[in-house]
Ligand binder design. Structure first.
Ligand SMILES: Cc1cc2nc3c(=O)[nH]c(=O)nc-3n(C[C@H](O)[C@H](O)[C@H](O)COP(=O)(O)O)c2cc1C
Length: 499
């Protein structure tokens, strides 16, 4: 392992090779018996993943017209699979993974173009009347879903026609027919902003969707990179190698050459079909069925026996938005705070149990000036990396581990005085089906800012925190085995000062 926590070699080039690595590490379970994509596949994933377990490869989805497979729980609640996917040491703690991820997120490696003949994604191509999306497995996840969803674990590429930069995002895609698939981009996303730019020019928006990419490409697409940055370069940075791309045949967009399945198409300003709802990452159906844009599919390309990535949207730990998302979101929160010029940012954690990491963020700081904690709270609450959905932002001192919920609760219940230390921001960005809001108030949420730091002007004053004496700690550690205690002694780095 290298000093920065990365492993030296990356012995895979794409999703199927990465799955082999997972299999060797006991991180992949294969189902060869027939499984119904109508709720059964989702139910298996939901129930099995309650134990935060493996990725699931369904080799025999029921009733498909073309040999194809479905992968669910690709990353899910597994910090180990996240670490494997970005070449980090899987034994690192969550806090160490966040620190290592901050280094990876700063790296940019532009994609490398390969010839179409060297792109396995072109093993099978269909255009015109030969396009039939109904031949492939598209799960219906929840009983109340508005339809079948084509993967949802996709990467969608849309170019900004002004700057020429290619954006990548992940957006749910409901299947409407053999050549039509829905696309649901939340207002404010870069994807929909680019789309509007094409429409304002009077042109349809070209789109390329890849299903079954290298997991790093998927992860990069789910992060809020700046509008001036391409997630393709970010994915290259995460894996430390260029993403191999080739050219689309109908649209001027990059095709991940080793993706399992891609579609080329156009989104027309005047064409919509009724989409949704879908049981979502917060555990509720999102919104009512409503007209949304669709992709008019011009070509399908896929590898033989492709693996379509189904992202189950569910409450943690069963949802696809789990450990990797919490770690990356936390790393981005720290980076943004430092980019804004703040000092003393120790760590942060967007706890995955809080609406898949969208609901509760703890940030630990070394307080250095009056108002420091309040500044961190306000800026975290509204930064792009944290604002969507988050309801609780807690700032804690540097002796509190933000990844340890018990430690955070300790700080909240000892350091914070609710009457003085909680502020509320109103009319903020939240999810449109937030069940805590009256329908007429949606989608405007609120955020509690909780200052669980020791008051700045009380630092160093009584009451003092009870710490162990260093010599006594060392003595107990040296006697650990003799005393018959199990495991390794807990690491402690703060000790009693004075007599
Ligand atoms: C599995 C999964 C499904 C998602 N579904 C949607 C969706 O349907 N609509 C949406 O706007 N964002 C969705 N997101 C979040 C976006 O992918 C994410 O915010 C991304 O950064 C958006 O990119 P953009 O701002 O570059 O458009 C999803 C994320 C994941 C991981």
């Amino acid at each position: 392992m290298a000093k920065d926590g990365t492993t030296e070699v990356r012995p895979w080039r794409d999703l199927r090779e990465w799955l082999e690595v997972c299999r060797q590490q006991g991180e992949l379970r294969t189902f060869s018996s027939e499984v119904d994509t109508d709720e059964e596949l989702a139910a298996i994933t939901f129930l099995a993943a309650r134990n935060k377990s493996e990725a699931y490869l369904f080799e025999n989805p029921k009733g498909v017209g073309m040999p194809s497979r479905v992968l669910s729980n690709m990353l899910g609640a597994s910090a180990k699979r996240y670490a494997l996917a970005v070449g980090l040491d899987p034994s690192l703690s969550t806090r160490e993974l966040i620190a290592a991820t901050r280094r990876l997120l700063k790296k940019r490696v532009p994609p490398r173009e390969v010839q179409p003949d060297d792109a396995p994604v072109f093993e099978n191509s269909f255009t015109g009347d030969n396009i039939n999306l109904l031949n492939y497995p598209a799960p219906k996840f929840w009983p109340g879903d508005g339809g079948r969803f084509f993967g949802t674990g996709n990467v969608t590429f849309i170019r900004n026609p002004d700057s020429g930069l290619v954006n990548a995002g992940v957006y749910r895609q409901m299947l409407h027919g053999p050549k039509t698939i829905g696309i649901n981009m939340v207002p404010g996303r870069h994807g929909i902003r680019n789309c509007h730019k094409w429409w304002e020019r009077g042109e349809p928006c070209p789109v390329l969707v890849a299903y079954g990419t290298d997991p790093a490409m998927f992860m990069a697409a789910t992060q809020a990179y700046k509008q001036s940055e391409s997630e393709l370069d970010g994915a290259g940075g995460l894996i430390g190698a260029p993403v191999e791309v080739t050219r689309g045949r109908f649209v001027d967009l990059p095709i991940p050459a080793r993706a399992e399945f891609v579609i080329e198409g156009f989104i027309h300003a005047d064409r919509q079909e009724v989409e949704g709802p879908l049981g979502e990452f917060h555990g509720f159906y999102s919104g009512a069925a409503a007209p949304k844009p669709v992709i008019d599919v011009k070509a399908i390309h896929h590898r033989t026996n492709p693996i379509l990535t189904a992202a189950l949207m569910a409450n943690y730990p069963s949802g696809e938005i789990g450990a990797y998302h919490a770690i990356m979101r936390s790393a981005r929160i720290c980076d943004t705070l430092e980019d804004l010029g703040l000092q003393g940012i120790v760590s942060a954690y967007a706890h995955p149990g809080s609406a898949s990491g969208y609901g509760f963020v703890a940030v630990s700081i070394k307080q250095t000036y009056p108002g420091h904690a309040a500044q961190v709270l306000a800026l975290t609450a509204q930064m792009p990396a944290a604002a969507y959905c988050t309801k609780y932002i807690v700032v804690v001192d540097d002796d509190v581990d933000p990844t340890d919920i018990d430690d955070v609760l300790w700080a909240m219940t000892t350091m914070a005085n609710p009457a003085d230390d909680i502020d509320v921001l109103r009319q903020t960005w939240t999810f449109r089906s937030d069940p805590s809001l009256q329908p007429e108030d949606r989608p405007y949420g609120s955020k509690a800012l909780i200052n669980a730091c020791r008051p700045h002007n009380q630092l160093g004053k009584p009451p003092h925190r009870a710490y162990l004496r260093r010599e006594i700690y060392d003595r107990v550690v040296s006697r650990w085995a003799e005393l018959g205690l199990d495991g390794v002694p807990p690491h402690i780095d703060r000790f009693h000062c004075g007599n």
